[in-house]
Design a protein around this ligand. Structure first.
Ligand code: SAH
Ligand code: SF4
Ligand code: F3S
Length: 447
């Protein structure tokens, strides 16, 4: 019966989790679930979790504490509540979650979401907690329902999952499994459905998206570059992006698409993690600082107006002050439009967690502050340099002020401008007049 039950999914972690949450919502809609934003009204509460750093993983348990009270209050009102934990903590901790938090009815790893409705039903009818964390042979995407028409200007589309790189600090190869690329035909069908629903921008997702090597429409293996060219043929799709890339997999043909495909936005997220070659080797990153500099030069040659963002870790075990200075130097040398930086967090089961010479917490905090001061100044400088330019802006939401819309520049900066709300979902030329640390403002140009 449609609309008889309510679900609330709380999403943590990366964009792939955001995508998975949307797909779970769609799959549950076929079983009568509609979305709610109020936990007290939810018959089903799902935490779609992240295991990347300790803080992210611990959030799950504080949430579950709150959920235990909600479930109890609902029980007193004669209402049943199911609680499911999905995502990377589910995969990494499995049955431990139920042991630590008996409020949980179901634990489902990221590869089994297509079985969610069936598993929820079984947990209820057998009145026991179920844990499902095997990596099944079948491909979950093939079993999820077609994309529902969701009115948004921009959408995520997962094309690749898992990672074989085994950076020594990272849990992703263990939580998401080995690399898997979806076939081109399935991706094209999904992109077409999104375009038909009015989506103008698609961000292709993968933990190591530029390692994409799915089956092409001709039966041969397709590169990410070929996939981008194919998707650019869909007329409703005006903009394409992809994330996250590993420096080792930035192939020549991908640089070529950056040079030649106007729908591919001139913005690239390319994590380098550390500036010291000794640390990079200990991280098993398979590239040096010089490799990264040389790669960025080639990318900029292909697409001179490209802007870069990155991920950086400070305080990897054994990182000295000199190693850290090399990270600052690399940031200075490249110049980033945006960046994410993190204190190293030892993760269970990863090789780096066992290395001697863990950096004290205060040291990590101090390095992170120094790094973030530099990154913030680069971002502010990049934003300030946009003043006076005219950017195509894809408007995707209403702003805080009356009559104001917010969109994205080619460089993913939020841009505020006054425009009629029927401009949502459209790309308009905007003259940039103001720049803040995290966003721009401007005026829409007459057509
Ligand atoms: N697949 C992507 C992103 C992986 S996770 C990539 O290869 O770049 C996103 C970011 O989290 C990583 O780039 C890294 O900077 C950070 N990260 C991963 N594991 C971490 C850990 N144990 N401690 C701190 N930061 C970590
Ligand atoms: Fe993790 Fe990215 Fe390294 Fe893969 S390439 S192990 S996802 S940091
Ligand atoms: Fe987190 Fe899993 Fe994404 S660990 S960053 S949710 S792949």
């Amino acid at each position: 019966m449609p609309g008889t039950k309510k679900v609330l999914i709380k999403t943590f972690g990366c964009q792939m989790n955001v995508y998975d949450s949307e797909r779970m919502t769609e799959s549950l809609a076929n079983y009568g679930y509609t979305e709610t934003t109020s936990p007290e009204d939810a018959d089903l509460l799902i935490l779609n979790t992240c295991h990347i750093r300790e803080k992210a993983a611990e959030k799950v348990y504080s949430e579950l504490g709150r959920i235990r009270q909600i479930k109890e209050q609902r029980r007193l009102r004669g209402r049943q509540t199911q609680v499911a934990v999905t995502g990377c903590v589910a995969q990494a901790e499995g049955a431990e979650i139920v042991a630590r938090a008996p409020v949980v009815d179901l634990v489902v790893g990221p590869q089994s979401y297509h079985r969610l409705p069936e598993l929820l039903y079984r947990a209820k009818s057998e009145s026991r907690s179920l844990v499902e964390t095997v990596f099944p042979e079948e491909d979950k995407f093939g079993h999820l329902p077609r994309r529902a028409a969701k009115h948004a200007a921009s959408a995520f589309l997962t094309v690749q999952e898992g990672c074989d790189k085994f950076c020594t600090f990272c849990v992703v190869p263990y939580t998401r499994g080995m690399e898997f690329s979806r076939p081109v035909s399935a991706i094209v069908a999904e992109a077409q459905a999104l375009a038909d629903a009015g989506v103008a921008e698609i961000t292709l997702l993968g933990q190591n998206v530029n390692g994409y090597h799915g089956e092409g429409e001709d039966g041969r293996s397709s590169s990410l570059a070929a996939l981008i060219r194919r998707l650019a043929e869909i007329s409703g799709i005006r903009r394409l992006r992809y994330t996250t890339s590993h420096p080792r997999d930035m192939s020549e043909d991908l640089l070529e698409v950056h040079a030649t495909e106007p729908k591919l936005m001139p913005y690239l997220h390319l994590p380098f993690q550390a500036g010291s070659d000794r640390v990079l080797a200990a991280m098993n990153r398979k590239h040096t600082a010089a490799d990264y500099v040389e790669l960025v030069a080639r990318i900029r040659q292909a697409r001179p107006d490209i802007a870069l963002s990155t991920d950086i870790i400070v305080g990897f075990p054994g990182e000295t002050e000199d190693d850290f200075t090399a990270t600052l130097a690399l940031v200075e040398e490249i110049g980033f439009a945006q960046a994410y930086s993190f204190k190293y967090s030892p993760r269970p089961g990863t090789p780096a967690a066992k290395i001697d010479g863990q950096v004290p917490e205060e040291e990590k905090t101090e390095r992170l502050h120094r790094l973030q001061r530099l990154l913030d100044s680069q971002q502010s400088r990049f934003n300030a340099a946009c003043v006076g330019r005219i950017f195509p802006v894809l408007f995707d939401r209403s702003g805080r002020q009356d009559g104001q819309l917010v969109g994205r520049s080619p460089y993913l900066q939020p841009v505020h401008a006054f425009a009629n709300s029927d401009m949502l979902g459209r790309i308009l030329q905007v003259e940039i007049l103001g720049a803040g640390p995290n966003s721009l403002s401007g005026v829409v140009q007459a057509a």
